[in-house]
Design a protein around this ligand. Structure first.
Ligand SMILES: [Zn+2]
Length: 195
C-alpha cells in the first residue's frame, strides 16, 4: 500500500469491491481511488493489471462505479433501475475487450487487449455488475445496515442475513457502539447503591 492514501476494502465480489472504493457515502465519504495511480493499484490487486491510467480514464471508472452503486442499490430495494446508470454500465461492458483465459493450473485470468486499456478492465467490472444485478449469481444484493455507509453488497452467506458490507469495518463499529451504549447504561445513576 502506498503511504498517505486510504487502504482498499477488497471483497470477494469484483463489482462490489469496486463500489467499495468510495466508502461512507452517507457520512464523511472516503475516496479510496483519489488519483489515477491508485486506480492502477486497485486494478492490480483485483486481477486486472494495467500499466497506466489517465485522469479521463479515472473519470470513466468513477462514473461506472457510481452507476453500479445506483443500480445495485435499486436492485437491493426492489426499485426500478435508473436508466442513466444502466446506460453507463452497458456502455462500459460493450466497450471492454478483455478475454478470459485459463491458466495451466486451472484458474481464470483476464487478458486485456493492451496494457493501457483501462476500458477493458472496466468492461470486466461492468459485466460482473450485470451478472450480480441480474440475479445470475448465487447470492442476494443487500444494503449495509450502517446509516453512514448504506453500501450495496452481495450476500453469499447460507442464511442470506448478512447485515453489514464488511464485518471488519461496519460490523465491528456497530458492535462497539452497542457495547459502549451498554457500558453507559450499566454505569448510569440507576446503578448507584441506594442511600
Ligand atoms: Zn457498510
Amino acid at each position: 500500500m502506498r503511504a498517505g492514501f486510504p487502504e482498499f476494502r477488497l471483497g470477494s465480489v469484483l463489482a462490489t469491491s469496486f463500489t467499495a472504493t468510495l466508502t461512507e457515502r452517507q457520512g464523511d465519504a472516503v475516496e479510496r481511488i483519489p488519483t489515477p495511480q491508485r486506480l492502477v493499484d486497485w486494478l492490480a490487486v483485483s486481477g486486472l493489471a494495467v500499466d497506466s491510467c489517465t485522469p479521463a480514464q479515472l473519470g470513466l471508472a468513477r462514473e461506472l462505479r457510481e452507476s453500479i452503486h445506483a443500480a445495485a442499490t435499486a436492485a437491493a430495494t426492489q426499485g426500478a433501475l435508473p436508466a442513466s446508470a444502466v446506460a453507463v454500465i452497458n456502455d462500459r461492458s460493450v466497450q471492454g475487450r478483455a478475454a478470459a483465459v485459463l491458466t495451466p493450473d486451472g484458474k481464470r485470468q483476464w487478458r486485456l487487449s493492451s496494457a493501457s486499456r483501462v476500458e477493458d478492465a472496466l468492461g470486466v467490472i461492468a459485466a460482473d455488475a450485470i451478472s450480480v444485478i441480474a440475479g445470475e449469481r448465487d447470492g442476494r444484493l443487500a444494503l449495509c445496515a450502517s446509516p453512514t455507509c448504506r453500501a450495496a453488497f452481495f450476500d453469499t452467506s447460507q442464511s442470506r442475513t448478512r447485515k453489514w458490507c464488511d464485518m471488519n469495518t461496519c460490523g465491528n463499529r456497530q458492535k462497539k457502539a452497542r457495547f459502549n451504549a451498554n457500558q453507559r447504561k450499566n454505569s448510569g445513576p440507576a446503578e448507584l447503591p441506594d442511600s
